[in-house]
Ligand binder design. Structure first.
Ligand code: GLU
Length: 507
């Protein structure tokens, strides 16, 4: 049996979005589940759409998300180079080989000639005319040239392309692991350019040649490539590689959070949500696109979230580590229909990871966000804050705001609650509590709790008359964690000051 080899083949035309990351993930999971190899190939042959920092971004995003590569531009491997721009000679040779075997031809049509062909065909009532068997013979191609003429033309500086000659009739069929048998009628396919006038290959040519030479056994990619696969299979046959045609699996789309259609980078801006693993600044427009990483998401949670966008192992369980995903993943359980991108669900996943993380780990993740908010607390203190606050945040970046009263006395006061809770005897109660606090030598959670509760009982008060006030005085909010634990952590002197300050304000 041949070794399982998959590839992730992004084009560096911009940052890798969540859909691309999911393609990479499914490839990775598949390879790992079969003990196979994961190859990264940079498909950088479209120079008009090439974006400088995109390749670097791809490396970083894969690394951030824990997707490991066996081969690739900076991972090594013996079947490289893994950047298509470094393989131009290879594609040129195969394109010429196809011409020699009669499966492709030179086309010298000028832009004007192509335009004329289109206008004429449209005038005949043909909607979006293609360069295909219907007009091939009328065009300016090597198909109708003598060898001498062709040689002369090729020597002149007239630009030309190499086009694939789609068989005039018949069908091309392949089986897709997700969609079953797929068939295209050859008469519906056009004679795609394989090699452009500048000597660079098109996507189709480079993609097929490389999948073959890199011994790819499974092509797992987005649904948008399904319509090209007929051509790819024909190319394999034309090159004599029938036996090496890979298994195809075309993944379902990731849909917009609401409405119809595919998730796009504009949706990120529209809904104020990240659709990229890491932040990306568009150098041309200056636009900044949010990234899950910079927003404080745990990469493992993001991986868990996107793994389930289109794949489901069955059952109720939703929390899976990378190792568990590897064990469970199979292409049969990938669905055909699009999966909706739901940011609230992403936050929910992250929350599960926050709940399951150690406080020290959370504290380390919190540091950059605290720093950004202008706080510089001691590590040990942050660990204790995380212990208390872990259930109250979904993403670690929320910590500085949700736990602000742990870091500064200038926390916002929930005025609505204060107004509602402040009664005639409130000042007196708080004064008493403050006195009581002042007398405590042991300012531990249990001691504070015990003393305050016995005060409430002695004075025949209700918890509701005392604890909300205490909470508001110390933290400004009714949402905080256990108030006695919070007080212990904040410390006696600061708590006393906060109570005094509120009393003064309400005076
Ligand atoms: N370079 C293509 C892309 O950017 C790869 C498609 C494929 O995997 O064949 O998505």
């Amino acid at each position: 049996m041949l070794k399982t080899r998959v590839r992730f083949a992004p084009s560096p035309t911009g940052p890798l979005h969540i859909g691309g990351l999911r393609t990479a993930l499914y490839n990775y999971l598949y390879a790992r589940s079969k003990g196979g190899d994961m190859v990264l190939r940079i498909e950088d042959t479209d120079r008009t759409r090439y974006v400088d920092r995109a390749e670097e971004y791809i490396f970083e995003a894969l690394k951030w998300s824990g997707i490991e590569l066996d081969e690739g531009p900076n991972a090594g491997g013996i079947l490289g180079p893994y950047r298509q721009s470094e393989r131009l000679g290879i594609y040129q040779n195969y394109a010429k080989k196809l011409v020699k075997s009669g499966h492709a031809y030179y086309a010298f049509d000028t832009v004007e000639e192509l335009e004329t062909m289109r206008t004429e065909r449209e005038a005949q009532g043909i909607h979006s005319p293609k360069y295909d068997w219907r007009i091939r013979e009328e065009m300016n191609t090597s198909l109708k040239m003598t060898e001498d003429e062709l040689a002369r033309r090729l020597k002149s500086d007239q630009p030309y392309v190499i086009r694939f000659k789609i068989p005039d009739e018949g069908e091309v069929t392949f089986s897709d692991e997700i969609r079953g048998e797929v068939t295209f009628d050859c008469s519906e396919l056009d004679d795609k350019v394989l090699l452009k006038a500048d000597g660079w290959p098109t996507y189709h040519m480079a993609n097929v040649v490389d999948d073959y030479l890199m011994q790819i056994s499974h092509v797992i990619r987005g649904e948008e490539w399904l319509s090209s696969t007929g051509l790819h299979v024909l190319l394999y046959s034309a090159l004599g590689w029938d036996k090496s045609i890979p298994v195809f699996a075309h993944l379902p789309l990731i849909l917009k959070p609401t409405g119809k259609g595919k998730l796009s980078k504009r949706d990120g801006a529209k809904f104020g949500i990240p659709v990229f693993p890491l932040e990306w600044k568009d150098e041309q427009t200056g636009d900044l696109f949010l990234g899950f990483g910079e927003m404080g998401f745990d990469p493992a949670a993001v991986i868990n979230f996107i793994a389930l966008l289109g794949w489901n192992p069955g059952g109720e369980e939703e929390i899976f580590s990378m190792a568990e995903l590897t064990d469970l993943f199979s292409l049969e359980k990938v669905g055909k229909s699009g999966a909706r991108f739901d940011f609230d669900k992403a936050r929910w996943f992250n929350q599960q990871y926050v709940l399951n993380s150690g406080a020290a780990e959370l504290a380390a993740q919190a540091q950059p966000f605290l720093k950004k908010a202008g706080f510089a607390p001691e590590e040990e203190y942050v660990v204790r804050v995380c212990e208390l606050m872990r259930e109250r945040i979904q993403v670690i970046s929320e910590l500085p705001e949700a736990a602000i009263f742990f870091f500064t006395k200038d926390f916002p006061m929930d005025q609505k609650q204060l107004k509602k809770r402040w009664k005639e005897n409130s000042a007196e109660i708080l004064e008493n509590i403050n006195r009581l606090i002042g007398q405590l030598d042991d300012f531990s959670k249990s001691k504070i709790e015990k003393e305050i509760k016995s005060f409430i009982n002695e004075k025949d008060l209700k918890f509701g008359q005392v604890l909300p006030l205490l909470r508001l005085a110390v933290s400004g909010t009714m949402e905080g964690p256990d108030i006695f634990a919070a007080m212990e952590l904040i410390g006696k002197v600061k708590c006393e000051r906060r109570l005094a300050e509120l009393l003064q304000k309400m005076n």
